[in-house]
Each structure stands twice: as C-alpha cells, then as structure tokens.
Design a binder for this molecule. Structure first.
Ligand code: GYE
Length: 334
C-alpha cells in the first residue's frame, strides 16, 4: 500500500514537472521523444517573435511572411522590432518570458551574448526557435532548432561567380566588400565563404572591406568613402541587395557606370535587387530566401505535438544572372 502511494506521488510530481516545463527540458530539446508535449489547440498557442529590425527589403519581406503565415495558421503572434539593437531584442525576449508565451522565436542580430537570456527562457520552460540567424552558444539545448540559410554557402557562390568571371585575368582585380552588420552570422559567414572561394586566384584581391550594416544608406556611405580612398575598384561584393543598391547610387554620383565600370555581386534577390540586375546595374545575385514563416509554423506545430524536429533546417536557394532575373521578376513576391 505504502509503496503504491510513493509511486503515485512520484508520478504526480513527474507530471507536474513535465507540465510546467512545457517540454523544454525533455529529450525533445535535442529532437528526441514526445514526453511533455503541450498538445494545445492551435488557437490557444501564443508565440513571441523578436525581430532584428527593418533594415532591408529582405527583412521587410521576412516580417510580412511571418505575420501572414501566423494569420493563416490561426496561431497568435506577438511581434517586436528591435531596431537592430541586441539590448532591445533581449528586453523583448524577457517580456515574452514574463508574459508566459508558449514559444519564443527570434532572429539574433549578432551571434554572441545570448546565453543568459536563453537560460532564462529554458528555466521558464519556454522553448526557443532560432530563425534566419545563428547564435554561437555552446549549449545546444538552449534552443530547439535553427532554421534559415547556409550563409557560408552563399558567400561561396558569390566568390565562385567572381572567380569564373575573372579566370583569364592577367592583372590584379581590385574588389571592395560591403559587409553586413558586424558580428552577425550572415556577415561573418558570407565573408568567410567569399574569401575561401576566391583564394585560389592570387589576382583577386579584397582591397577594402567595411560594414554598411545591411542598409542602403550604409552601403552608399561606405562606397562613397571607398571611391575616394581607392585608386581603382573593379568590383563590389555587397553582402545584401540594399547595400549594393546604395553602392549603385554612390558609383553613379561619381560618374561611373555600375555593372560595367564597376561590377557588382550581391546576396538576397529581393525585387529591387532583381530589377537592378535585370537593368544591368548589378551583375549577379545569390538568393537568400526571407520566406521562413511556414517553416516556423511547421516547427511550432511539431513541438506542440511532441514530434521531433531537426536541430538545423536549411533553406534551399539558387542564384540569378540578368537573364534569369528578367524571367523571374514578374512572379517575384517580394
Ligand atoms: O541578407 C539582409 C538582412 O539575416 C539573412 O539580414 C539575413 C540578412 C539579409 O538585413 O538583407
């Protein structure tokens, strides 16, 4: 009899623990069992999303896609815009923890400095989903999954195009690089993928590299400075379309022809970038898809049902030449 009571008490305690953990401390954290799945009705779920900001066409499209996907799925979304500041994102996440949302999703503006707040979410039993950008946390149980692009591969695709373009060059090709937000996963990874791809040809030289913070204004400003300080620029690698579009303005203002006098390669393939590519002002674009909303919904539904999720979900992407941009533009959604 006594034994039964102890056993009953123990299992009641287990149940209570699982219930308030919201599944966070279960093996599902590493894509394992279904123990502790909340299994709530979808219209009872609340997800808090801490967005980076509204720095680029990519980001605007990403925000719209996430908001639309939640509306369609009938899941409540709490949304905040951190204006590209980590402290604002941390504040937003803390407020989601306080409000007791079911899941927190966010796109970390930079890679470092998240362990404290992620541990707070974990302690509160709220599972975290990384979308778009990665964190450098060693403890992989701090988040359920990271869904988004392979930024190293994107940088490499840009570098491979440059390498092919200049394979017969007999003199130095001076490249300037417009980097994304300092310390962000896409800036770090695109730089390294690009450097890796061009290193085989000693004629290809990055003569200047600076951050334009993924904005059009930033790209323009940095390009203006490069045009003044660099005696000869053959090509620009802009780590997103917006900075490339800013560089176009600076190049034209300096009396040069973008796409001809100075070649331009960018990443993203948002509408404005694709238009400039089809107009011949940009020469090549590596696609980075902002349409992560449905994938995020899928992850939320799976976690809610206790179905395992992959620790890394990679977005499939392509590249565009001017001809391909012309063909794709009429149906481009963003
Ligand atoms: O390329 C850029 C945006 O994190 C992939 O952020 C994203 C990048 C995207 O500002 O345009």
């Amino acid at each position: 009899m006594r034994k039964t009571i102890v056993a009953f008490a123990a299992s009641a305690l287990m149940l209570a623990l699982t219930a308030c953990s919201g599944g966070a401390a279960t093996p599902a954290a590493t894509g394992g069992a279904s123990g502790g799945a909340p299994n709530k009705a979808l219209d009872k779920l609340v997800v808090g999303f801490a967005q980076v900001g509204a720095e680029s066409g990519w980001r605007t499209a990403n925000t719209k896609d996430i908001q639309d996907s939640f509306k369609t799925a009938g899941i409540q979304l709490k949304f905040s815009d951190a204006q590209q500041k980590q402290e604002n994102q941390i504040k937003a996440i803390r407020s989601y923890i306080q409000q007791g949302v079911d899941y927190i999703a966010f796109s970390p503006v930079v890679q470092t400095g998240w362990d404290a707040v992620l541990n707070e979410a974990k302690a509160a039993g709220i599972p975290v989903i990384l979308t778009d950008r990665a964190v450098d946390s060693q403890d992989k149980t701090l988040y359920k999954t990271f869904l988004g692009s392979d930024f190293v591969a994107e940088g490499k695709k840009a570098g491979d195009w440059v390498t092919a373009q200049y394979k017969d060059a007999t003199s130095t090709v001076n490249i300037v690089q417009l980097e994304g937000t300092t310390g962000s996963a896409p800036a770090i990874d695109r730089s390294s993928g690009f450097a890796d791809a061009i290193k085989g040809n000693p004629n290809l030289k990055v003569v200047a590299s600076q951050t334009g913070d993924f904005t059009r204004a930033g790209g323009k400003q940095v390009m203006e400075a490069f045009l003044k300080s660099q005696p000869k620029i053959d090509m620009v690698f802009a780590q997103n379309d917006d900075m490339g579009l800013g560089a176009i303005e600076a190049i034209e203002a300096a009396g040069k022809v973008p796409g001809k006098d100075i070649k331009i390669v960018t990443v993203d393939a948002v509408k404005d970038g694709m238009q400039a590519l089809s107009d011949g002002k940009i020469n090549f674009i590596v696609e980075c898809s902002p349409l992560l909303g449905n994938q995020l919904i899928d992850v939320v539904k799976k976690l809610n049902a206790g179905t395992p999720v992959e620790q890394r979900i990679v977005t499939e992407e392509t590249t565009f030449t001017a001809e391909q941009a012309k063909a794709a533009l009429p149906n481009r959604k963003y």
